[in-house]
Design a protein around this ligand. Structure first.
Ligand code: SF4
Ligand code: SF4
Length: 371
């Protein structure tokens, strides 16, 4: 495998992102603004200060690991966008948090040895990582299903010309975030002009065969609410989106996930600044759905951070809540048998996953929640 000179190539990416100024950014990263909430400990402190009638573990005492199915890798926090609700605090400035070559190799060794059937690549925008194609190819060669968590607009960058066809040839599932099928809701969260660019990217994906019912070219859209409320019913939203995207743009997709916004990072900052934090947390607790616990992604997913540290999920990763494993929670030491016996680490943000119909990387986890 060819070695990557990451600093040089990241500079190239940064230059391209600088040129990508077609739309104003929705915001700046917490890190760039030196905001207190850039520190995970501050986020946990703020969440801990909200009066709640119950703690998460008291309501979900039976939460326990299942079989490992998803090997999720966060390649880094670099992103071409800076969305208001981002739980990763990603942005064009986040070249400080990118997986290095040595860690990429350790990840590849671990995923080849793993019994997980799916490798789930996330970021930031994972496609901006200099080794993105290497990782996809290695996972594909190892017989894994690959998922690319794609923000859509990244496909329009010159470096990614032809990427949709390349991914299609490797049967990669595209899990594409699009806050809403209408322009105002999407642009409000992601920046002016993002909706229009997302539609252009969806055209590219449809042209590559995605979103047309072919299980080897699956296009999943991911939607999240614009404010301090829970996601609507996935099945009714999916129907509405199908009709809206087909009617207005002639576009198709295969399925739609509806996620709740997690009370962490930039969405947590917005909740606090807008005076919605206490009421949102209360809403999450009051909407706790015991049936959602079984489908939580922390049960069947290993989450690997950009620095190789291990977590029960992407959200714990952003809060610095490392996995409870002996011997140092790093991918180079990963032991799948020990993983399956661990205690899952939880805190108050977990209420975001169990509210209403549930909310996980795979969308709503039940069909029985009340919204
Ligand atoms: S929400 Fe997604 S697209 Fe938006 S800044 Fe975060 S990682 Fe990038
Ligand atoms: S935040 Fe993570 S650990 Fe908590 S319930 Fe959700 S998936 Fe599980």
């Amino acid at each position: 495998m060819r070695p990557a000179t990451i600093p040089l190539r990241l500079e190239e990416v940064a230059l391209e992102l600088d040129a990508d100024r077609a739309s104003p950014r929705a915001t700046q990263s917490l890190s760039r603004r030196h905001a207190p909430l850039a520190a995970p400990a501050e986020q946990l402190k703020l969440l801990g200060s909200v009066p709640l009638r119950a703690e998460f573990r008291a309501l979900a005492p039976a939460l326990a690991p299942a079989q490992l199915e998803y090997f999720q890798v966060n390649l880094g926090k670099l992103c071409n966008m800076t969305c208001r609700h981002c739980h990763v605090d990603a942005g064009p400035d986040r070249t400080d948090a990118m997986m290095d070559d040595a860690t990429v190799e350790e990840v590849l060794a671990a995923l080849r040895a793993s019994r997980a059937h799916t490798v789930d690549l996330t970021g930031g925008a994972p496609e901006l990582h200099p080794r993105f194609r290497d990782v996809v190819q290695a996972a594909f060669d190892a017989g894994k299903q690959v998922m690319d968590r794609c923000n859509l607009t990244v496909l329009l960058l010159p470096r990614n010309a032809g990427l949709a066809d390349w991914l299609a040839a490797r049967k990669v599932e595209i899990v594409a975030s699009l806050p809403h099928y209408r322009r105002p809701n999407t642009d409000a969260q992601r920046g002016d002009g993002v909706f229009e660019r997302s539609i252009r990217a969806l055209r590219i994906l449809n042209a590559a065969g995605y979103g047309k019912g072919d299980p080897q070219r699956r296009l999943t859209l991911v939607s999240n609410p614009a404010g301090a409320f829970l996601g609507a019913s996935q099945s009714s939203v999916e129907r509405e989106w199908r009709e809206g995207l087909q009617r207005n743009h002639g576009l198709t997709f295969d399925r739609l996930f509806v996620l709740n916004n997690m009370p962490i990072s930039r969405f947590l900052e917005w909740l606090e600044a807008s005076g919605n934090l206490a009421s949102y947390m209360e809403r999450l607790v009051n909407a706790f759905n015991p049936a959602a616990v079984e489908g939580l992604m922390c049960r069947n997913t290993l989450s690997v951070g950009w620095d190789g540290r291990l977590y029960d999920c992407d959200f714990n990763q952003m809060l610095g809540l490392e996995i409870d494993l002996p011997g140092g929670p790093h991918i180079r030491d990963f032991d799948e048998n020990a993983w399956s016996r661990r205690a899952i680490v939880t805190a108050r943000h977990c209420f975001g996953c169990t509210a209403g119909a549930g909310s996980s990387c795979g969308g709503q986890t039940t069909g029985t929640g009340t919204i």
